[in-house]
Design a protein around this ligand. Structure first.
Ligand code: AGP
Length: 607
C-alpha cells in the first residue's frame, strides 16, 4: 500500500516524479503529494484523490528542480484528507518525508515529542518526520538512522532536507524500496516500474538498510552505520510492457496478454521427451525431493486460488498431501511444519505482508520454503531459499489475471516434475506437456469471444447477486470468477463447490440470483449437471461455462460460454478466462473504475 518515488540527478524532477506516481498508482490512490527542491526552497503540493488531480493542481505552480520525492497514499492512520496526504514535514518545514508502512509506536513517540513539536496531521508518518528533526544536526542519514532505532513497525521511506539540497535518504524495513542507477542520477521507488523508462540497473534495499543518494554517489549502510556494498541487478521488464498498448484498461490488456505470457512461464522448462518439467527453483537434489512428504501452499486472494489448483495437481500427479493456507491465517495458527514439508509462498507482488510473515514463520519452523513470485527482486523472492519467477511481466490492474494464469502454470510444472520423481508415468507426463503447449491457442479461442461475453454482461447487468459453482479443479475457478466480479463491479457474489449448495446456500436462490456454473467435460461433469438441475428447479438463471460441442447442456442453460477442451488439470488455464472477461465487461458497463476499484490496492503491504 502506498507508492513512493524519488529522483536525484540533473534532469527536471517533476515529470519523472509524476510519471513514476502514475506507475505506482495501483498501490494506493486516495491522495497524492510531491515535493521538488527548487532554488533554496522545497515546494510541496498535495491533493486528495487521484494523481490526475495532483497533476492539475501542479499546473498552477512553477516548479523546476532536479531533486524531489512523491507519494500516492492508501490510508491507514488518519482519514483521506489534504493534511494526511504525504509528504510530511517537521516543524521547520525543512525536513520532508514520504513513507510506506506503519509506525506501530507512533502514539508513544508523539506523546514524547508533543511538548516541543506541533503536529498538523493524524498520521504516523508525521511523527517520524518530527523524530528525525529531533536528531538532526546537519547529517540527514545519521538523523534518520537514530530516529529509526526508536521506531517499531514497518517502513519504506525517503527523506530530504533543504540544508542538504542534493541528497535523498532512503530506508527500508518491511516495505519495499528499489534504487534505479542511471548516469549520475538515481531513481528511488516502491517497485521498479517508475524507473524502467530510464534504467534497467536496479539495487534492491534489504530490510535494515539505509541509502544516501546524491547526483554523484549512492552509499548503502546498515542501520548500525556499517557500509554495505551491492551490485546493481539487471531487470528484464521493459517500459512497453507497462503500457496499455491501445487497450482501454490495463485489466483488458493483461487478460489478452495471457496467451503470450503463459509461454514465458513454461519456456525452457518443459521436457516433452521425458514427459516432465525442469524448474531449478527447488534447490534440492532428487533424493531430498523424494523425502518431501507434505506440501503447504501459502498465499492470499487470487494467488490462493491459483494455489488451490496446485493442490489438486500435487495430490494427483505426485501423490503428496497438499494444503492451501491463506497466509493471514497461517501466520497465527499452530501450523505443523517440519524439514520434510515443502512450503511454497505464491504471490504476484512478492510484497504481501501476510504472505511475507507466513514465509518467516514457516522458515522458523524448519520448513523448506520456496517462492512462486512475479516481481523480480521482491521481498518474498529474497526471503525464500529458492523458487521460480512466473514471468507474467508487470501486472498493473488491481485485479489479477495474467499473474494467476502464470502461477497456475508454474505450479503445474512443479507438480509434473515432482510427479515424475514419484508416480507419474512418462505417457501422462507427455500428455500434460503437450496439453500445456496447446494452451495459448486455446486461450485465443476464448478471447475471440470477448464481444459475445460483453453482450452477456449487458444482459445480466441489472442483477445484484451472483453465484459461482464449480467442482474439483473448477472449484478454485469458481472462487476466482466470483472474486473478479465482486472486486471490480461491487456486485455481491459467492462461490461454492457444486455439491455444497444443498447444505445451505441454495436457500438464497430465486429468479433474481443468476448462477454461473463451470460444467466442462471432466470426471465430475455428470455431478455438476445434477447440481445445475437443482439450481434450475429454483428458477435461477443459469450461465454455463461448457465444453465446445456439448449439446446436452443447452437444455439446462439460460446462456452458455463455450471453451475448448483440454486435460482436466489444465482446465483452470482456459475456464477462468471467460469469467475474467465477464467481470471486466460488467465493470465497464456499470461505469466502475476497472483498474483501480474502490478501497483496494494492488500490493497489500500492511496486515
Ligand atoms: C486479485 O485480483 C486481488 N487484487 C488480490 O486478491 C491479490 O491476489 C492478493 O492481494 C494477493 O496479492 P499477491 O499475489 O501480490 O500476493
Amino acid at each position: 500500500m502506498c507508492g513512493i518515488v524519488g529522483y536525484v540527478g540533473k534532469k527536471e524532477a517533476l515529470p519523472i516524479l509524476i510519471n513514476g506516481l502514475r506507475r505506482l498508482e495501483y498501490r494506493g490512490y486516495d491522495s497524492a503529494g510531491i515535493v521538488v527542491h527548487s532554488g533554496d526552497k522545497a515546494l510541496v503540493v498535495k491533493s486528495v484523490g487521484r494523481i490526475d488531480h495532483l497533476h492539475e493542481k501542479l499546473k498552477g505552480h512553477k516548479i523546476s528542480g532536479s531533486v524531489g520525492i512523491a507519494h500516492t497514499r492508501w490510508a491507514t492512520h488518519g482519514g483521506v484528507s489534504h493534511e494526511n496526504a504525504h509528504p510530511h514535514m517537521d516543524c521547520s518545514g525543512q525536513l520532508i518525508l514520504v513513507h510506506n508502512g506503519i509506525i506501530e509506536n507512533y502514539r508513544e513517540l508523539k506523546k514524547e515529542l508533543s511538548s516541543k513539536h506541533s503536529f498538523k496531521s493524524e498520521t504516523d508518518t508525521e511523527v517520524l518526520a518530527h523524530l528525525i528533526e529531533s536528531y538532526y544536526d546537519g547529517d540527514l542519514r545519521k538523523a534518520v538512522e537514530k530516529a529509526l532505532s526508536k521506531v517499531r513497525g514497518t517502513y519504506g521511506l525517503v527523506a530530504m532536507h533543504t540544508q542538504e539540497p542534493n541528497k535523498l535518504v532512503a530506508a527500508r524495513l518491511g516495505s519495499p524500496l528499489a534504487i534505479g542507477v542511471g548516469d549520475n542520477e538515481y531513481y528511488i521507488a516502491s517497485d521498479t516500474s517508475p524507473m524502467l523508462a530510464h534504467t534497467q540497473q536496479v539495487i534492491f534495499l534489504d530490510d535494515g538498510e539505509i541509502a544516501e543518494v546524491t547526483d554523484k554517489h549512492l552509499q548503502l549502510y546498515t542501520l548500525e552505520d556499517q557500509r554495505v556494498y551491492k551490485q546493481a541487478e539487471h531487470i528484464d521488464w521493459d517500459e512497453a510492457q507497462a503500457e496499455k498498448q491501445g487497450y482501454d484498461h490495463f485489466m483488458l490488456k493483461e487478460i489478452f496478454d495471457q496467451p503470450t505470457v503463459i509461454q514465458d512461464a513454461y519456456r525452457g522448462r518443459l521436457d516433452l521427451e521425458n514427459g516432465t518439467a525442469h524448474l531449478g527453483g527447488f534447490n534440492m537434489n532428487e533424493e531430498q525431493l523424494r523425502q518431501i512428504n507434505r506440501i503447504v501452499l501459502i498465499a492470499c486472494g487470487t494467488a490462493s486460488y491459483a494455489a488451490m489448483v496446485g493442490k489438486y495437481a500435487f495430490e494427483r500427479l505426485a501423490g503428496i498431501p497438499t494444503e492451501v493456507d491463506v497466509a493471514s491465517e497461517f501466520r497465527y495458527r499452530d501450523t505443523i511444519i517440519d524439514e520434510h514439508t515443502l512450503v511454497f509462498a505464491v504471490s504476484q507482488s512478492g510484497e504481501t505482508a501476510d504472505t511475507i510473515a507466513a514465509v518467516k514463520e514457516a522458515k522458523r519452523k524448519g520448513g523448506v520454503v520456496r517462492g512462486i513470485v512475479n516481481v523480480v527482486g521482491s521481498t518474498i523472492a529474497r526471503e525464500t531459499d529458492g523458487g521460480t519467477y512466473i514471468h507474467a511481466g508487470p501486472e498493473l490492474a488491481v485485479a489479477s489475471t495474467k499473474a494467476y494464469t502464470n502461477m497456475v502454470t508454474v505450479l503445474l510444472l512443479y507438480a509434473i516434475q515432482l510427479g515424475r520423481l514419484k508416480r507419474l508415468t512418462i505417457a501422462t507426463g507427455e500428455r500434460l506437456v503437450k496439453g500445456i503447449l496447446e494452451i495459448p491457442d486455446k486461450m485465443k479461442q476464448v478471447l475471440a469471444q470477448s464481444e459475445q461475453i460483453k453482450a452477456l454482461a449487458e444482459k445480466y447487468k441489472g442483477y445484484g447477486d451472483f453465484f459461482f459453482l464449480g467442482r474439483g479443479i473448477n472449484y478454485p475457478v469458481a472462487l476466482e470468477g466470483s472474486l473478479k466480479l465482486k472486486e471490480i463491479t461491487y456486485i455481491h457474489s459467492e462461490a461454492y463447490p457444486g455439491g455444497e449448495m444443498k447444505h445451505g446456500p441454495i436457500a438464497l436462490l430465486s429468479g433474481e440470483f443468476p448462477v454461473m456454473a463451470i460444467v466442462t467435460k471432466n470426471q465430475l461433469y455428470e455431478k455438476m449437471l445434477s447440481n445445475v438441475e437443482e439450481v434450475r428447479a429454483r428458477n435461477a438463471p443459469v450461465i454455463l461455462v461448457a465444453t465446445e460441442g456439448d449439446e446436452q447442456v443447452k437444455s439446462l442453460a439460460t446462456d452458455i460460454m463455450y471453451v475448448p477442451s483440454t486435460m482436466e488439470l489444465l482446465e483452470p488455464l482456459i475456464n477462468t478466462i471467460p469469467l475474467q472477461l465477464f467481470a471486466y465487461h460488467m465493470a465497464v458497463i456499470l461505469g466502475r473504475d476497472v483498474d483501480r476499484p474502490r478501497n483496494l490496492a494492488k500490493s497489500v503491504t500492511v496486515e
